[in-house]
Ligand binder design. Structure first.
Ligand SMILES: Cc1ncc(COP(=O)(O)O)c(C=O)c1O
Length: 388
């Protein structure tokens, strides 16, 4: 049989993550040096005991196995309670929330709901890889706002040409960000709301790391900004905040008209999330403070140790008060892909090259805070011996 991919498939880039990982595994065998994997942002800390218990008990019930179709009303109400308590944002559980199968699924599908070929979608370079995949699926045209260290890695809306802004349908932002962990602020989000109103652009804020902050107050929710609900949405996930990445449960909240369109799209795409996962998500959201406080402390300590260690090696670290990553400019004249491969070869430390997230990531690597403090210290010790 002659199997040929569609023309669209040529637009999807093979991910560098898997070739790096394969190479790292090969090197581990050859060198006898254990791998320190700082590549994927998959939480290494198990879910809270109450969540594990809930999953195992509910999974034993024979009645748990029907189609769920959409989120349960209990889930929507729990999201509304969580947003009201944690973000001071009031949501109507019936009209202002849609459930997604992890935020990846929501992010990749959402552009289809709002954008036609020829529409522009604005997002950042570097940026999380799902945004580009969603833009490609929708056949829209990306315009990337460079993240520049000189303005604190904040996407500068003034850099978007007027004619592009007028043709744009969607703006995707992510703070604290991946791979660049810049923080959101009321001032910045207010600018975003004004910009969106002026150009009639839907804003989608990806708040996947909203519970990961190292000190002070939680990062502000986009929806907490006056006028935000008129122009947009926030997508949030239980993957990182509650160590439930494999359970695949997330949600989009905000503008009721936009949520209705997303619900219509979703009703054509899938038949909902396993009921025990939805019930466990309710438990997680209702106990968010108890569950996330120790996680936050752990990630804050990891961040401090890795940042200090790398700074002592003259690496420049993007300032950060949250997220799950260190965004680091290494002090060597070498492109980021070659650097990542050399680091694996010489040290067994696996990092993601900055260009995996866009051309502006050249000269940087992303390190995920997904190993314990001992291994992070060991990673720094090994990186000290790099010879480029
Ligand atoms: C910024 C950002 N958004 C979304 C996701 C997807 O997370 P999930 O699909 O597990 O909710 C990730 C995962 O790494 C991420 O970094």
């Amino acid at each position: 049989m002659n199997v040929t991919p569609s023309k669209k498939m040529s637009l999807f880039q093979p991910a560098i993550f898997s070739s790096l990982k394969t190479y790292a595994k090969q090197q581990e065998k050859i060198s006898n040096q254990s791998l320190i994997d700082l590549s994927l942002g998959s939480p290494d800390i198990p879910p809270h005991d109450m969540l594990l218990k809930s999953m195992s008990e509910l999974s034993k019930q024979p009645t748990s196995y029907g189609y769920t179709l959409t989120g349960s009303s209990g889930f929507f109400e729990a999201v509304a309670r969580y947003y009201s308590r944690v973000n001071k944002v009031v949501l109507d559980p019936e009209t202002e929330i849609v459930q997604t199968i992890g935020s990846q699924e929501g992010l990749v599908h959402l552009p289809i709901a709002f954008c036609d070929p020829g529409d522009y979608i604005l997002t950042t370079n570097p940026g999380y890889v799902a945004y580009a995949a969603g833009i490609t699926l929708a056949g829209a045209t990306p315009f990337y706002i460079p993240l520049d260290e000189n303005n604190g890695f904040l996407p500068n809306l003034e850099e978007i040409p007027e004619d592009i802004a007028d043709k744009a349908k969607l703006l995707i932002l992510n703070m604290p960000g991946n791979p660049v962990p810049m923080a959101p602020s009321l001032e910045y989000f207010t600018e975003v709301v004004d910009f969106a109103k002026k150009h009639n652009i839907i804003v989608l804020h990806d708040a996947a790391y909203s519970e990961f902050y190292f000190s002070g107050d939680a990062p502000i929710s986009f929806l907490a900004v006056p006028g935000a609900k008129e122009v947009g949405l926030e997508i949030n996930s239980l993957s990182k905040s509650f160590s439930l990445a494999g359970a695949r449960v997330a949600y989009i909240v905000g503008n009721a008209e936009m949520i209705a369109i997303m619900k219509q799209l979703k009703s054509n795409l899938d038949f909902g999330i396993f009921d025990p996962i939805q019930e466990t998500a309710i438990l997680a959201l209702d106990h968010a403070e108890e569950i996330t406080t120790p996680l936050r402390d752990t990630f804050a300590e990891r961040h401090k140790i890795l940042m200090k260690g790398l700074q002592e090696l003259d690496w420049e670290i993007a300032p950060s008060n949250g997220g799950m990553f260190v965004w680091a400019k290494y002090p060597f004249e070498i492109d980021s892909v070659s650097f990542a491969f050399k680091a694996i070869e010489q040290t067994g430390v696996l990092m993601v090259p900055g260009t995996a997230f866009g051309s502006e990531g050249e000269g940087y690597v992303r390190l995920a805070l997904v190993q314990n403090v001992g291994l992070l210290k060991e990673a720094v010790t090994r990186l000290k011996s790099l010879s480029i």
